[in-house]
Design a protein around this ligand. Sequence first.
Ligand code: UDP
Ligand code: MG
Length: 344
Amino acid sequence: MNISSVTKTQSQIENLAATEAKPELSVVVPIYNEVESLPQLIEAIASVLTSAQLSYELICVDDGSLDGSAQLLKEQVLAYPNLRAVLLRRNYGQTAAMAAGFDYARGDAIVTLDGDLQNDPVDIPLLLAKLSEGYDLVSGWRKNRQDKALTRLLPSLIANWLIGQITGVKLHDYGCSLKAYRSELVADMNLYGELHRFLPALAFIEGARITELPVHHHARRHGKSKYGLGRTFRVVMDLLTVFFMKKFLTRPMHVFGLLGIMSLTLGIGLGLYLTILKLGLGQSIGDRPLLILAVVLVLTGVQLLSFGLLGELLMRTYHESQGRPIYRVREVVQINVKNSKEDG
Ligand code: UDP
Ligand code: MG
């Protein structure tokens, strides 16, 4: 009984959503304990987008705030018809909150920004204009960054350099939340960990056209930053994941298999050489370091080969379970499909 009533409300909600006109733009804002900034933020976004004459929805995702942000959002929904509040059950982290926002977004373009007024909604129309020049993703660049503390800037400087080196996407500022995406791009990206900052890199791996645009940045006026130095560690771990995805996503066997075969061949070669010494020439080989090397190489080779095979299996499951093709189509160009079918 419970289940059916849940399904009913769900389908009612979906029906409601389907009958509403699809907005051009969805603005997604993750919110964790930002109650003091919220009223000003919502008003600023509404006034910028209204005067830019854009049809939009503002999706505020409350990430389990404890300071009454959720309650405030519920009230604001009544005052702002374009506002949709998605309230998560507990605190999942910024990336998850953004992913939730993406799932509910219906616009052709999606803009993300922080809920603490550090990003400026004034930049949204500029990002959109850039996007419509034919990009899939426009990333904000906090050229005049207002986080003064060295503990914030130094890790971020290093992280930006590292991410650039490893992913091959050259942006000045990966950490800026203010970004604009074409919604198709977001639709087939999955986010985990702190991966939201790697969206440009992941998108680039998927063949997206990416650019950046200098944007405003303000110091935090209310509340406090949710992150400390611990984030640097998590970012580095996520960077490893992205690096791995970039290199091995489709053919792990090509990488691990090659290394495995090399190691195995070398190990077997050495083993044969030692066997000849022992059996042919009667030398004692028990105390030779070369013997240990040969054994290690053979074992490593077998390990790497199995690793490659396991990787292949995993990648197949990954692609097939989600119905993910191994390619991405930008567009299909053709004339009169219907007619040519009828002719044939
Ligand atoms: N945020 C969130 N869940 C969290 C942590 C942060 O939704 O667990 C939101 C937060 O409310 C803000 C954005 O993510 O809108 C960025 O957080 P913050 O301003 O603390 O990061 P910083 O600007 O210091 O990098
Ligand atoms: Mg902030």
